[in-house]
Design a binder for this molecule. Structure first.
Ligand code: NAD
Ligand code: MG
Length: 345
């Protein structure tokens, strides 16, 4: 079992006299910058020229400057930029300003795990990865709580990279909820696997395939939508709150027997073999290579697949049905409404 670290385990002096630069002011960037500032940390925000986030950050009372200037001034530099852009930005705006004793921080292991960024000797490399979206990182902090964080050390030049990462996690509220130590490889590989197999890829394919099966068999699309998509939330909330057993306790015996006797036919030996193949593509770096070259060539497949998804009948049926349930988009049905007002630029 992993050790979970809390506020009592933190040496706050590790970050108290550091100068922190937050590069990027999107989902994570705005939350880290504002939480650090409210924790009394010396923080500045580095943005690209002409960034529309500059005004928002300045209005929130933050010092805003170019990414190069921020990297020069600061001795802890946190990259909260899109993973596909970090490598180029690092070469152009950060590397020239890195000095021995500085620390380079990440919120996801992608660029370090796949060798897209390697810091010079003498520089600490660490990760503080909140396990939740940026808006929740900010909102829970303001409310006196926090979002659990993973921390990891990629290069320990100073001998105190781990303690600095823990102090940073604390300053954004993470140590109120719990901090777990991991490695860049574990965080990155499990994160990619989770989103591909369960949270995003597995889930959207399961829902649309089941919806199509019912529609092709002549059932009404509205009924198929409620059954295959809408009701998912209720089941997931039960699993989130009570575990799988708690969910099974709440559903009918008939539903439970269908679950117990049929689930393995959907996620069968072939599916498990495919999960292993997806995991090896992640581990070997071939997924990362594919995604980086897709992104560098203007994302043609990404954009085509995204557009195809938007054209799927389940989206039209869903939009019509959700329009009749305005309380859903107002967040009143959700157990914990996570969407905030912070837009991207
Ligand atoms: P985001 O897309 O919300 O924000 C990225 C920021 O970078 C924006 O301010 C954007 O304007 C800016 N930006 C984009 N392209 C740029 C460029 N070429 N030059 C300069 N600035 C540019 O990103 P995010 O979701 O906050 O992700 C940041 C990091 O945090 C990533 O490493 C991500 O994996 C990690 N992370 C995200 C979440 C999450 O829930 N969003 C959770 C944990 C970790
Ligand atoms: Mg993730």
């Amino acid at each position: 079992m992993a050790t979970v670290l809390y506020e009592k385990d933190v040496d706050r002096s590790q970050i108290a006299d550091r100068k922190v630069a937050i590069l990027g002011y999107g989902s994570q960037g705005h939350a880290h910058a504002l939480n650090l500032k409210d924790s009394g940390i010396d923080v500045r925000v580095g943005l690209r020229e002409g960034s529309s986030s500059a005004a928002k950050a300045a209005e929130a009372g933050l010092r805003v400057m170019s990414m190069a200037e921020a990297s020069g001034e600061a001795d802890v530099i946190m990259l909260l930029l899109p993973d596909t852009e970090q490598g180029d930005i690092y070469k152009d705006h950060i590397e020239p300003h890195l000095q021995s004793g500085d620390a380079l921080f990440f919120a996801h292991g992608f660029n370090v795990r796949f060798d897209l960024i390697s810091a010079p000797e003498g520089v600490d490399v660490a990760m503080v990865a909140p396990k939740g979206p940026g808006h929740l990182v900010r909102r829970t902090y303001v409310e006196g709580g926090g979002v659990p964080c993973l921390i990891a050390v990629g290069q320990d030049a100073s001998g105190s990279a781990r303690d600095l990462a823990l102090a940073y996690a604390d300053a954004i509220g993470g140590a109120r909820a719990g901090v777990i130590e991991t490695t860049f490889a574990e965080e990155c590989e499990t994160d990619l696997f989770g989103e591909q197999v369960v949270l995003c890829g597995g889930l959207t394919s399961l829902v649309t395939a089941a919806f199509e099966t019912l529609c092709e068999a002549g059932y009404q699309p509205e009924v198929a939508y409620f059954e295959c998509l809408h009701e998912l939330k209720l089941i997931v909330d039960l699993m989130y709150e009570e575990g799988i057993g708690g969910m099974r306790y709440s559903i009918s015996d008939t539903a439970e027997y269908g679950d117990l006797s049929r689930g393995d036919r959907i996620i069968n030996e072939d599916t498990r073999a495919e999960m292993k193949r997806i995991l090896s593509e992640i581990q070997s770096g071939s997924f990362a290579d594919e995604w980086m070259s897709e992104s560098r060539s203007g994302r043609p497949n990404f954009l085509r697949l995204e557009a195809e998804g938007q054209q799927h009948p389940i989206e039209q049926v869903g939009a019509e049905l959700r329009a009749m349930m305005p309380w859903i988009s107002e967040g009143r049905q959700s157990v914990q409404a996570v969407s905030g007002g912070q837009g991207k630029e």
